[in-house]
Design a protein around this ligand. Structure first.
Ligand code: ZN
Length: 244
């Protein structure tokens, strides 16, 4: 069984379409979305519609929560806030209903999925250090925990002797690792921030016991043009080409 894990689409229809095309070409069995379908980008309704037809499991992200007023935007920077205000005005009643029904966390046999952190998902904490990762390993018992939120792909593991290892490789073979547990960020589809502007997502193959982070080219300029047309903040437009 192969599962694609996508996150942080941020209303970037060009990036989402390119990633879904890649997923289809690989004959993936299931696509799971870790949230932040909207915010920042120009196509919130279109991305919601596409995601809802392709993903049986879609989780709530902080930007999705922000348009529903369940989260105050006081912790958002000025550009993110402006994009949220714009997105809120664009959303159709159907899109709002869809976002209102998204769960915070999903757990199956060997995987936990959550947008921010397994510890207190509703607080929207970020995992940006080894210490924060080490702390979060206490809050899931499955072999894998997949997160998004920082837009930076990374694989952090803890082995049987409690040794923590951090890897920024895009491939993992876990066929012979004993009782190692993993906290994995699959990166962002619609707004990568690891200085690689290509869309990022993960593929877990539970038979081959491998995990691959895939990077996909998409039409960045087309997305930027639409953002300019809608007068979204220039900082948000230019960062797509820089991947940061
Ligand atoms: Zn995000």
């Amino acid at each position: 069984m192969r599962t694609a894990i996508i996150s942080d689409i941020h209303a970037n229809l060009e990036a989402l379409s390119a990633v879904l095309y890649d997923i289809e070409s690989l004959n993936i069995d299931k696509v799971i979305c870790l949230g932040d379908v909207i915010g920042y980008g120009p196509n919130p309704n279109e991305c919601i519609q596409l995601i809802s037809t392709k993903c049986p499991i879609i989780l709530l992200g902080n930007h999705d929560a922000a348009v529903l007023d369940t989260l105050s935007t006081q912790n958002f920077n000025i550009n993110a806030k402006r994009a949220i205000e714009w997105s809120t005005k664009q959303l159709t009643p159907d899109s709002k209903t869809f976002l209102e029904n998204l769960p915070m966390i999903h757990v199956d046999e060997e995987k936990t999925y959550v947008h921010s952190t397994p510890y207190e998902p509703k607080m929207w904490y970020y995992i940006t250090s080894v210490e924060e990762a080490a702390f979060n390993f206490q809050f899931f018992s499955t072999k894998f925990c997949f997160v998004g939120h920082t837009h930076i792909p990374i694989m952090i593991s803890i082995d049987e002797s409690q040794q923590i290892n951090v890897s920024q490789e895009n491939f993992l073979d876990y066929s012979n690792d004993g009782d190692t547990h993993y906290l994995i960020n699959v990166g962002s589809v619609g707004q990568p921030r690891d200085r690689n502007p290509q869309a990022s997502y993960g593929v877990l193959d539970s038979e081959a016991k491998t995990l691959t982070i895939r990077r996909i080219d998409y039409d960045i300029e087309k997305c930027q043009e639409k953002m300019r047309k809608h007068r979204l903040p220039e900082f948000l437009i230019s960062r797509l080409a820089d991947g940061k």
